[in-house]
Ligand binder design. Structure first.
Ligand code: NAP
Length: 338
C-alpha cells in the first residue's frame, strides 16, 4: 500500500487499530501480514482482559490451557513480527476525519493519521458503586484475582457475581485464600456448567445466594462485606480481607458516542462485515455488539475486520495490477490464507 504523508507531514498509516486485546492484536497480525502499514494503540499493556486471566482453557490448540498473559504476549509478538507498530500506554480520546478524507486518531501523545481504522477498545469491569468500593481500592477491593490473589494467602475473600469471571476467578483465589464467599444475587449461577461443577466441588467455596453487596467496611484495610438477602431483606456481615468484583463489564466506548453508532449498553454497532457507518472504520471484539464474548470470537472478528480494511483500501485505490503480486499477498488472497 502507498503511504503518502498527510498535509501536516505526519506519517499516514494504512490502518490504525485501537485496542490490543485478542481482537485488536489479531487484526494487527492480519493487516500487517497483508502488507498494510499498521499501528496498534493500547492505553494499557497489550492483552486487554485476557492478560489478567490466570488460565485460558477454551482457546483451541492449548489442551492443557495457557495463561492469558502468555497468550496475549504471543499474539503481540506475532503482530510485531509481521511489522505492526505496537504502541502501548497510548490512549485514544477521539476519532475524526481530516481534510484529505482520512482519519485522525487523537491520542494522549499526539495525532495519528490513518486511511482506515479498526476499533477494538474492549471492555472494563463494571463497578458496583456501593459504599467502600472506591475507598478500598488497593486496600482489599480488586477486579483482578490474577494480579492480587497471592496477597490473600490464608485469608478470606468475597467474590461478587455469578458469571464465568466470578466463578473462574473465585476458583483461582482458592489457590491462596482459606475461604472464598461467592455472593450472587440469584440462586443459580450464570457461569458455564464445567466452571460451576468445579466450584461446587471445591470445599473452600461458600455460596451466599440471593444476596447483593451493600457496603464494604474496614479501618486501614477491608475487614467486612455487608450483604443483603434480596428475598428476605436480611443483612449479613461477611468477615473478609478482600472483595473481588465480577458483576459484568462495560465497553470502553464513551469517547465514541458522538462518532459511531452505539447500542443502548454502549457496544459498537456494525453490519455483518463489521462496518460502522463511517466508511473505512470497522469494529471488533468485546466492545462490538456481538452475541459471544469469547477469545475465539474476538480473534475471528479481528481477522475479518483486517480483511475488510484490505478490501476497502483496494476499492479506494482501484485496480493496481502487479502492485500486490510483488508483495505476494493480495486482498483476495488474504481472505483465504491460513
Ligand atoms: P457476566 O456474564 O455479565 O456476569 C455478571 C454477573 O454479575 C452475573 O451473574 C450477574 O447476575 C451479576 N451482576 C450483574 N450486575 C450486578 C449487580 N449490580 N449486583 C450484583 N450482581 C450483579 O460477566 P462476566 O462474568 O464478566 O463475563 C462477561 C463475558 O465474558 C460473558 O459473556 C462470559 O461468558 C465471558 N467470559 C468467558 C470466560 C470463559 O469462557 N472462560 C471467562 C470469563 C468471561 P445475573 O446472573 O443475575 O445476571
Amino acid at each position: 500500500m502507498s503511504e503518502p504523508a498527510s498535509e501536516t507531514g505526519a506519517d499516514v498509516f494504512d490502518v490504525v487499530v485501537v485496542g490490543a486485546g485478542p481482537a485488536g492484536l489479531t487484526a494487527g497480525i492480519y493487516a500487517s501480514r497483508g502488507r498494510l502499514k499498521t499501528a496498534i494503540l493500547e492505553r494499557n499493556m497489550a492483552g486487554g482482559q485476557i492478560a489478567l486471566t490466570d488460565l485460558v482453557e477454551n482457546y483451541p490448540g492449548f489442551p492443557e490451557g495457557i495463561s492469558g498473559f502468555d497468550l496475549s504476549q504471543k499474539m503481540k509478538e506475532q503482530a510485531e513480527k509481521f511489522g505492526a507498530e505496537m504502541r502501548e500506554i497510548e490512549g485514544v480520546s477521539e476519532l475524526r476525519s481530516d481534510s484529505e478524507g482520512r482519519y485522525v486518531v487523537v491520542t494522549d501523545r499526539g495525532e495519528i493519521h490513518a486511511r482506515a481504522v479498526i476499533l477494538a477498545p474492549g471492555v472494563e469491569p463494571r463497578r458496583s458503586g456501593i459504599p467502600g468500593e472506591a475507598e478500598f481500592i488497593g486496600r482489599g477491593v480488586s477486579w483482578c484475582a490474577t494480579c492480587d490473589g497471592a496477597l490473600y494467602r490464608g485469608k478470606t475473600v468475597a467474590v461478587i457475581g455469578g458469571g464465568d469471571s466470578a466463578v473462574e476467578e473465585g476458583m483461582f483465589l482458592t489457590k491462596f485464600a482459606e475461604k472464598v464467599y461467592l455472593v450472587h444475587r440469584r440462586d443459580e449461577l450464570r457461569a458455564a456448567p464445567i466452571a460451576q461443577e468445579r466450584a461446587f466441588a471445591n470445599p473452600k467455596f461458600e455460596f451466599v445466594w440471593d444476596s447483593i453487596p451493600r457496603q464494604i467496611d474496614g479501618a486501614e484495610m477491608v475487614e467486612a462485606l455487608e450483604v443483603e438477602n434480596v428475598k428476605t431483606g436480611e443483612g449479613r456481615s461477611l468477615p473478609v480481607n478482600g472483595v473481588f468484583m465480577y458483576i459484568g463489564q462495560i465497553p470502553n466506548t464513551a469517547w465514541l458516542k458522538d462518532t459511531v453508532e452505539l447500542d443502548e449498553y454502549g457496544y459498537i454497532v456494525t453490519d455483518d462485515l463489521l462496518r460502522t457507518e463511517l466508511p473505512g472504520v470497522f469494529a471488533c471484539g468485546d466492545a462490538h455488539a456481538n452475541p459471544l464474548k469469547q477469545i475465539v470470537m474476538a480473534v475471528g472478528e479481528g481477522a475479518l475486520a483486517a480483511v475488510q480494511v484490505e478490501r476497502y483500501l483496494d476499492a479506494l485505490e482501484g485496480p493496481q495490477e502487479g502492485a500486490k503480486d510483488a508483495a505476494g499477498e493480495g486482498a483476495a488472497a488474504a481472505g483465504t490464507q491460513r
